[in-house]
Unconditional design. Sequence first.
Length: 499
Amino acid sequence: MRAGRWVAMALIAGSIVVAPSTAQAGVNGWTPTALTGVQIGDLEVVPTPTPRLLAATGSNVYRSDNLGTSWEPSTSGLPDPSFTKTAADRATPGVVYATSPATVGGAVRTFRSVDSGSSWTADSTGMTSAVSPITVGPSGGVVAGGATVWVRPAGNPPQTWTDPYGLVQNVRSVAVDPTNQKAYWANEQPIGTYNIGRAGGPSGGGLPGNAYIYALAFGSDGYLWAAGADGVHRSITNPLVPPLLAGSPTNALSIWVDPANPLIAWVGTSTGVHYTLDGGATWVDTNFGGTAIDIVVITKDDVMTAFAGGLNGVFAYTLQLPVNPAPTPVISGAAKVGQTLTAVPGGTWSNGSTVTYQWFQSGNPAPIGSGTSYRVAPAQVGSQITVQATGTKPGFSAVTRTSQPTATVAKGVLDAATPTIKGKAEVGKKLKARPGTWTTGAKLSYAWYAGKKQIRGATTKTYKLTAAQQGKRITVKVTGTLAGYETATKSSKPTPKVP
């Protein structure tokens, strides 16, 4: 598969364990597979109906058809077991390649299998130098690197290997851009200068001296990922000099990018394994606790099982992916007391998800409400409101998305009716104010007027007319107050003149 760093280590005779194991991949934790006690140089997944794992150790090639529960040698047809790299052809099921970085008797040792690695035949026609890193593009074209870059177009029977780019020494890794099928490689030439080269163009140059790129991989979106000593790089606008992702794991030796979701990547480093689900913006340390020379991932039913090859075997880690897609909610409605705010999903959640909502007020960590709607209360005046949507789904980890905050909550507007006056406007008669319907809880007060002048002491719901009001038209004003609302006053229509 993609080139990872080969770490030299003496193997202890008899330490390889290939017997069936009952260990299963730990959920959010690493568990050893049955292949232990040996340094792993390369891992690959052959996408047969039941995914097959291949592990190259430099002293043997192993295969597992049960996700590492048991392993068996897979060297039929190989002249010796000292192969270090493998690469599966996803365009042609069952086709896989194996390479050795050394020649024997002048013979280049690149082999091909058409039965998922069960048996091998020599496949190095045209090659004149040994290769180690090898990859197969989405259309079946093959690229291999060593003292130079060898390429071969897709075809069956296999085509002849050619060296179309000239001498490119010390090729560490190769990759193919899925958007245009161009070959890329990472090389060191001269010693201490690290470049990324591309078919049909010059090497990039300009990488910092501590970059020391070990591995390349492309996402389906055309972004190039580069794992190096200084961290992980990623770019689509300038893949020959990809910028470093801030906060990415350093001493990165290998990288795997999800073919279905180019924002998901796993990185093996000299001290562990990390993954990102957001294109490298954030990283999670899986606490592998050792050197991860290579890593591959199998995804089934949105559960990812990562396999890391280290100094002491192959280990497995199961990650329950977060619910995806998980859109951020949007709040609809006016941020005023008494108004109802509504949580709008903002997109479509993953099929089968259960979504719940909680409402929050700024400065208060405790939820103030739940459900898809919330009626703004007086206590929220002067604050902002957000809503959180949490999606759950069996077999996935829950995801919570928080909306943007509303504008600062303003006082509400009281529902206020225009009052009417009941009774005859005659001296000695009692008039009664009918306030109409106001916002529930509003406190109402009254003020009676004769013409434009307020009648002193007339502040109740009723008023008995006196001779002082003769010749005047009578009105009543109703004022409503309620915490969290603007004060409102409504005036009735005037009565006829008091005779």
